[in-house]
Design a protein around this ligand. Structure first.
Ligand code: PEP
Ligand code: MN
Length: 347
């Protein structure tokens, strides 16, 4: 934060301003630009002094310093970015719903899910072929065979596919199949991976880390854009807090905050926040109500048989029911639902 001083500011007033800032525990950097004096207030939480500082004699105005993520900041790019993925656009007035299993498990599983979510109104298919698991003994994914099944499901349904890439060395392979590359929460600060997905053209879905602040999420997005890929979609998927009643705590505040700070589209993942299917639809409705541009939701034809995240996966019927509910919420906040390929928009 910078205090711009009046031209008429006296030496005594200036000394008083410096004393006030230092007395509050912050460092001061005084500089002179042309005939104006600037007092930089340095330190964590400096912005909390803004109101008091603005009222000191000799202070003309308080300016926030530019955010450390110039490319993704709204400051230099006030209009919202729309990420176009063939027939689907994320970031416009229409909500986009991405649905599918946590992991791709078999042809039958992914085909059944893809057909059902498409007929319920989903716009894209999700499914992990490379899984970042907390335990080395948990299911790690089908690898390339899973990517081939996703491509088959796309062929059969017209749904574009979102799938995760976990390592820089896999980016070339996964981007041959994926329409959107997902960077998982555990990899949000894998800076080599962020740069690697930034150096290729497939859009990126960047999930917020379990312990990441909004600023850290935006800095991670800045890595991707700075490396050359402007097509980034952010995802709030719940953060780790003291609360244990849910798998994670869905940070709904982050959605309007991100709206203010960045021009990038933002979606919500209610599944990884909830951890159990019963409360997924409520979080999905809330996400749309606070302004998300879309949802990514886990759905499985037989959740109790799923190799990963079955407890939080919606059944096919529950997903269809959730879609009708979010349509109503979308309408009430002035949004529409993205039309199914070749069909007119509903709501
Ligand atoms: C997932 O999408 O299945 C996943 C692993 O998500 P996250 O990285 O948010 O935990
Ligand atoms: Mn999952």
């Amino acid at each position: 934060m910078i205090a711009v001083l009046e031209k008429s500011c006296t030496l005594k007033q200036k000394a008083n301003i410096v004393r006030f800032v230092e007395g509050a525990g912050f460092r001061v950097q005084v500089s002179e630009q042309a005939d104006v004096s600037l007092v930089g207030v340095v330190g964590e939480g400096a912005a909390t002094l803004a109101d008091q500082l603005a009222q000191l004699p000799g202070v003309k105005e308080i300016r926030p310093v530019a955010p450390p993520y110039p490319l993704v900041s709204r400051d230099h790019h006030p209009e919202a970015t729309r990420v176009k993925i063939t027939s689907v656009t994320i970031g416009g007035s229409a909500i986009v719903v991405i649905a599918g299993p946590c992991s791709v498990e078999s042809r039958e599983q992914i085909m059944t899910t893809a057909r059902a979510v498409e007929s319920a109104g989903a716009n894209m298919l999700r499914g992990g072929a490379f899984k970042p698991r907390s335990s080395p003994y948990s299911y790690q994914g089908m690898g390339e065979a899973g990517l081939e099944l996703l491509a088959e499901a796309r062929e059969a349904t017209g749904l574009q596919v979102v799938t995760e890439v976990v390592a820089p060395d896999d980016v070339a392979l996964v981007s041959r199949y994926a329409d959107v590359l997902q960077i998982g929460a555990r990899n949000m600060q894998n800076f080599r991976l962020l740069s690697a997905v930034g150096e290729q053209p497939v859009p990126v879905l960047l999930k917020r880390g379990l312990m990441a602040t909004v600023e850290e999420l935006l800095l991670a997005a800045e890595y991707v854009v700075a490396a050359g890929n402007p097509r980034v979609i952010l995802c709030e998927r719940g953060i780790r807090t003291f609360e244990t009643a849910t798998r994670n705590t869905l940070d709904l505040c982050a959605i309007p905050v991100l709206r203010e700070k960045t021009h990038l589209p933002v979606i919500v993942d209610p599944s990884h926040a909830a951890g159990r299917r019963e409360i997924v639809p409520a979080l999905a409705r809330a996400g749309i109500a606070v302004g998300a541009d879309g949802l990514i939701v886990e759905v499985h034809p037989e959740p109790e048989e799923a190799v990963s995240d079955g407890r939080q996966s919606l059944t096919l019927d529950a997903f269809a029911q959730m879609m009708t509910e979010i349509k109503a919420v979308a309408g009430s906040v002035g949004r529409t639902m993205t039309a199914r390929a070749g069909k007119p928009a509903h709501v």
